[in-house]
Every structure is written in C-alpha cells, then in structure tokens.
Design a protein around this ligand. Structure first.
Ligand code: AQP
Length: 332
C-alpha cells in the first residue's frame, strides 16, 4: 500500500469547514486505500505563542474531532507529533540542508509573520515548513493530502528529499501533494476572495464545525454572493455562489452540474436555505461524536499512545538511516 501522511494544528479549538473539506475528508477516504499516518501537530502550534493549558486541551480536542470525522485507529495511525521525538531530530538535519533564501520564500511564513508583526515572529515560525519536511520524510510518504495553501511546503519537501538523496545516497521517498481540485481552497463566506481561515476570516465568514448549529445556519444564509441571479459555477465572476456550490456538492455527493440544474430558475435564497440545512445535518452529529470522545479521555489517550508507538517504529528507522548517512557516530 502506498503511504500518506498529513497533520492538523491544535490551535483554534474547533476545526473549520475549510480544514474538513480541504484535508480531513480526504484523510478519511485514504485510510481505506493507503497506509495512512495522521497527526495532531502540536510542535507546529507553538510557532505562535500558546497557553499551555489550552494547548493540552486543544490537542485532545483535535484528536477527538479527527475520530468524529471518521478516522479509525484500526485503519490508520493517529498520533500526536510531540509523542514522536524523531520529528524534531530530523527537522534539525533538514534545517541544515535548507538555504536561508529558500526558507525566506515560503509564502505561508510571510503571511503568518506579517500577522504577528515581522519583528515578533519566532524563528520557529520561520523554520516550520522545514519541520513539515521532516514530518513527511520520516514516514517515507508517497502522498500528502492537504489544501492548496500547503502545496509550496510539499514542493520544498520534494526539493530537500532530492537534495539529501543526491548528497548522501537514496534515503527518502520523494512525496507528491494530494490536492483535490474541487476542494483545494474553501473560501470565506463573507469575502470569497480569501481562503476560509481561522486567523484571517471574520467570525461570520468562518464555519467552525463545533459552533452552535443554529449560528452556523445563519452564517450560511448570510453568505456574500453577487448581484446576478443565476445559480451557476463560475469561480472568477461568481466566487461566492461557486464556493457555496462546492460546499454543497462535496457534502452531498451531488455534482455541480446536477446542482445547477436543480436550482435553475430558483433564487439564491433557496440555495442558501437548503445548504444551511445540509451543513447543520453534517455538524450536528459531528459535534455529538466529538463530545463522546472528549467524555472518555482515557480511551482517547490510549488510542493516541498506540498510534505514537506505531509511528515511532517507522520514524525511528528512518532517523537511524539518516543519522548514519549524515555521518553521526553511533552511540555505543
Ligand atoms: N480554506 C481552506 N480550504 C481548503 N483547505 C484548507 N486548509 C486550511 N484552510 C483551508 C487545510 O487544512 C489542513 C490543516 O490546516 P492547518 O492545521 O495548517 O490549519 P491552519 O493552516 O492553521 O488553518 P488555517 O485556518 O488556514 O489557519 P491560519 O489562518 O493560521 O493559516 C491543511 O491541509 C490545510 O491545507
């Protein structure tokens, strides 16, 4: 089976619809066909200051949401990044292989640093794409299911894997991004020119999966559209309606073409009302399942402990090979 690896940050509490449709939904599907490794990336979370108590709670909350979304610990390896120390160890080697200019070109860093104020951004934030490189290479992943915003980091991973292999001999699988065109970028409901994001979206533009379903329905109903009246997919000229059609289509399995036909001659309001109901039908059981996992932290922690053990077996082997190739003297 080909291998996949991906991760999600435990920073915001609730996942948003962009996280789910852009990434987590694919993770659930891929556990059926791939040897899948998924993690809650707490090391990445601290690139921006975190309250320790919140971080711990949000790490469990993220794991609970992944299980609620359909990850099955019998079908995939689910773990917490900091439980596998090899991530930080391989990251150091990758840091030493990356050019300063190369790292400076990462647009996610530039965006996130700008939000922080460039002087206040941590060195960890600067090198976090390189930690991501280590995350992926440790598992010899063939594919990395992520949203479009992560494509550049997977490209960096490919470059560094090839560089390492070229310099020290074949060691790492060179991974490919796995990005579904339709859901690669879910847009903010109030400003469909920007991605739905926990840091950039206004509360009205962001659908948090754990929010009160009634509030969520209201947000869908008040999504920004356009002054035209035709319900048609046209990302360039009708980004708001197109975004709603994407969400609708992905949650129901109806194609965009089918939806265009279904809503011929209907008003935007009809589409929004129906979509609000569909989203509510999705988030309501999702919230309940998440809560059930949270109510039983022992089971949750033991799932994560087993996952970490499975992950470490793979990670330790890759790290040992890497240390050897680099020329570190083995400890006796
Ligand atoms: N709007 C989106 N559309 C599609 N995919 C998205 N992802 C995030 N936003 C969208 C994908 O979700 C996965 C997990 O992302 P993360 O843990 O890196 O979360 P994030 O980047 O912190 O989420 P945000 O909201 O995008 O945070 P900020 O605002 O801090 O940048 C990834 O695969 C990501 O591509």
């Amino acid at each position: 089976r080909p291998r996949v690896l991906s991760g999600i940050q435990p920073t915001a509490g609730s996942f948003h619809l962009g996280n789910y449709l852009g990434a987590v939904r694919q993770w659930v599907a891929l556990q059926e066909t791939h040897d899948a490794f998924y993690m809650v990336v707490d090391l990445h979370a601290i690139t921006i200051p975190q309250d320790p108590k919140d971080l711990r709670a949000n790490t469990r909350l993220a794991a609970a949401q992944l299980l609620a979304a359909g990850l099955d610990p019998d079908r995939c390896t689910l773990f917490v990044q900091s439980h596998v120390p090899e991530h930080a160890q391989l990251a150091w080697i990758m840091n030493c292989l990356t050019g300063f200019g190369e790292a400076s070109r990462m647009t996610q860093f530039k965006d996130k640093a700008a939000k922080q104020g460039a002087e206040r951004a941590s060195v960890g934030l600067f090198t976090y794409p390189i930690l991501q490189v280590a995350d992926i290479l440790l598992y010899q992943a063939h594919e990395v299911p992520v949203g479009e915003d992560q494509r550049q980091h997977v490209e960096l991973t490919r470059d560094l894997a090839e560089r390492f292999n070229g310099r020290f001999g074949p060691t790492f699988t060179v991974p490919k991004p796995y990005i579904l065109r339709e859901t690669a970028k879910i847009y903010d409901l109030q400003d469909p020119s920007i991605k739905m994001s926990k840091s950039a979206s206004t509360p009205k533009g962001l659908i948090n999966l754990l929010d009160e379903p009634k509030a969520t329905a209201k947000k869908v109903k008040s999504a920004v559209t356009d002054t035209d009246t035709v319900i048609r997919y046209d990302a360039e000229n009708k980004p708001g309606i197109s975004n709603l059609l994407t969400i609708y289509s992905t949650l129901t399995g109806e194609t965009i073409g089918e939806l265009e036909e279904k809503y011929t001659g209907k008003m935007y309001g009809a589409l929004k009302t129906d979509l609000a109901e569909i989203v509510v039908e999705f988030v309501t059981p999702f919230r309940e399942r998440t809560q059930q996992y949270l109510d039983d932290p022992e089971t949750l922690d033991s799932i994560l402990a087993k996952g970490a053990e499975k992950a470490r077996a793979v990670a330790a082997e890759t790290l040992a090979q890497t240390y050897d190739k680099v020329g570190f003297l083995p400890a006796k």
